[in-house]
Ligand binder design. Structure first.
Ligand code: URP
Ligand code: ZN
Ligand code: ZN
Length: 471
């Protein structure tokens, strides 16, 4: 049963405005935003107190790997586990990936991954993935688009696993554009990386302490420039995942000025953690691609949260544990890449950028919920609290002080890259489809109500103008 609820006393934060309002929820949807204290039709309605709290649309994580296999490793969480951690962190929609194992059809990978959505505590959508174009790819993309999978992940690196060549990328861009979809792409030049790794292996070594120099910034810049050129030649929209340098972000911003529909995603760890982590204890805990960058690069990247050149904020959640991270700690070429982060994405960015540096709460919502919903064909059903949206809500205490630590978190792993970090701000109560799932920090409803969300055809021009920074 989905009983009505009213959230009273809080400050509603949308991407384009914020202010005091009560939120009336009926049948799992936002029914109305009311003047504070306004009467509601049923006086016995359940009231959720949001005094001194921000009332945010639940976060939409546009980049979240669940049970992801790459090489010999599979990340450890199920949909139930990943979405439990997500809701504790204020995220109520995840967008996962269906990345085919070598030799497997993209469509088969998508069908298998989509079947897991029902185990989730919250809704999920999927990115498909193409590795090699063949005679069947166009039909597979059409079938995926018809079932609401319109964003297609591609990689310019990870040879032998998921890397696609330029021909495949171009063909996939053409086909997805015509289907109302978009290629989303991991850009690092494989040639530059293989060369850097080979030279490192002959010199300083390829253990985790040397991660940063095995994947230099220029590898990212080079790949972004090539992919932009391909996209511009086809007038195809393109979304760059986990951009880790200001230079890469600015290449995309310049292409946007030339008229290309192009987007930048940044992920929390590149905005908060620096490559000093590789010289400390347990550097393997921080091995991800692209790697963590210098403190100066982190600072320059973070500026683009303010300029508006960063469109979305993801987690790139990959739930490996310490055993997995340590198996090949002396050789980053064989380590599982990626960091757990679905639960920490919002609190870490809120603390470091909203609390510490004055990023507006509306811009935070735009980056972490509204724009990810837009770029994934889920807006305004997700990423907003306007009437008609799904009643996914994060009630947020902006003053809560806490220390990040694995004991505080719910991700299915035994470490967090943010261990010991002092943070300000976190969700206290989270509603999914009008159900209170987390209440004052406790999981009170673990019913798996997750649905696979079908992305609507993307309206590229509307998306491009809608994703500009909030005022
Ligand atoms: O290091 C990362 N990012 N691992 C996950 C796969 C990917 O490249 O997104
Ligand atoms: Zn990637
Ligand atoms: Zn990823």
């Amino acid at each position: 049963m989905n009983a009505p609820v009213v959230i009273r006393g809080g400050t509603v934060v949308e991407a384009s405005w914020n202010g005091p309002a009560d939120v009336l929820i009926r049948d799992g949807k936002i029914a109305a935003l009311l003047k504070p204290g306004a009467a509601v039709p049923d006086p016995a309605i359940r009231t959720v107190d949001a005094t001194d709290r921000l009332v945010l649309p639940g976060g939409v994580d546009p980049h979240c790997h669940v049970g992801f296999t790459s090489g010999e490793f599979t990340s450890l969480d199920s949909y139930a586990e990943c979405t439990t951690a997500a809701v504790f962190g204020g995220t109520t929609t995840i967008v996962d990936f269906a990345i085919p194992r070598p030799g497997r059809r993209p469509l088969d990978a998508a069908v298998a991954q989509r079947a897991k959505a029902g185990e989730g505590l919250c809704d999920s959508a999927l990115h498909g993935c193409v590795v090699e174009w063949d005679d069947t790819t166009a039909d597979q993309l059409k079938t995926m688009a018809d079932s609401g999978i319109r964003t297609i992940k591609m990689f310019t690196t990870y040879a032998g696993e998921s890397m696609a060549n330029a021909h495949t990328i171009l063909r996939t861009m053409q086909a997805t554009r015509d289907l109302g979809g978009m290629v989303i792409i991991h850009c690092e030049s494989d040639a530059i990386i293989v060369d850097a790794q080979t030279r490192a292996a002959e010199a300083a070594g390829v253990d985790a302490a040397h991660m940063a120099c095995t994947r230099p910034e220029i590898a990212e810049t080079a790949a972004v420039a090539e992919i932009l050129a391909i996209a511009e030649s086809q007038n195809a929209p393109v979304y760059f995942v986990h951009q880790s340098t200001a230079e890469a972000v600015e290449l995309v911003a310049d292409a946007r000025k030339r008229g290309l529909v192009a987007f930048t995603e940044s992920v929390a760890h590149h905005l908060v953690l620096g490559d000093g982590a590789y010289t400390g204890e347990g550097p393997e805990r921080f091995v991800c691609c692209p790697p963590l960058r210098s403190a100066e690069a982190v600072e320059a990247l973070g500026e683009h949260l303010f300029t508006g050149h960063i469109t979305t904020l993801g987690s790139d959640h990959c739930c490996y544990d310490l055993d997995q991270k340590q198996v090949h700690r002396h050789d980053v070429r064989h380590m599982p890449n990626g960091l757990p982060g679905v639960e920490t994405r919002l609190p870490v960015i809120f603390s470091r950028y909203v609390h510490d540096r004055g990023l507006s709460a509306s811009r935070f919502v735009q980056l972490s919920a509204t724009n990810p919903a837009r770029t994934n064909g889920l807006y305004p059903r997700k990423g907003s609290l306007m009437p008609g949206a799904d009643a996914d809500v994060a009630i947020w205490d902006p003053q809560a002080r806490w220390t990040a630590g694995v004991g505080q978190l719910h991700q299915a792993t035994d470490y967090t890259p943010y261990e010991g970090m002092a943070l300000t701000g976190r969700p206290t109560t989270v509603l999914v489809g009008g159900h209170v799932v987390v209440d004052r920090g406790e999981l009170v409803d673990d019913t798996p109500r997750g649905r696979h969300l079908e992305a609507s055809p993307l309206d590229f021009r509307e998306m491009a103008t809608g994703c500009i920074p909030a005022g």
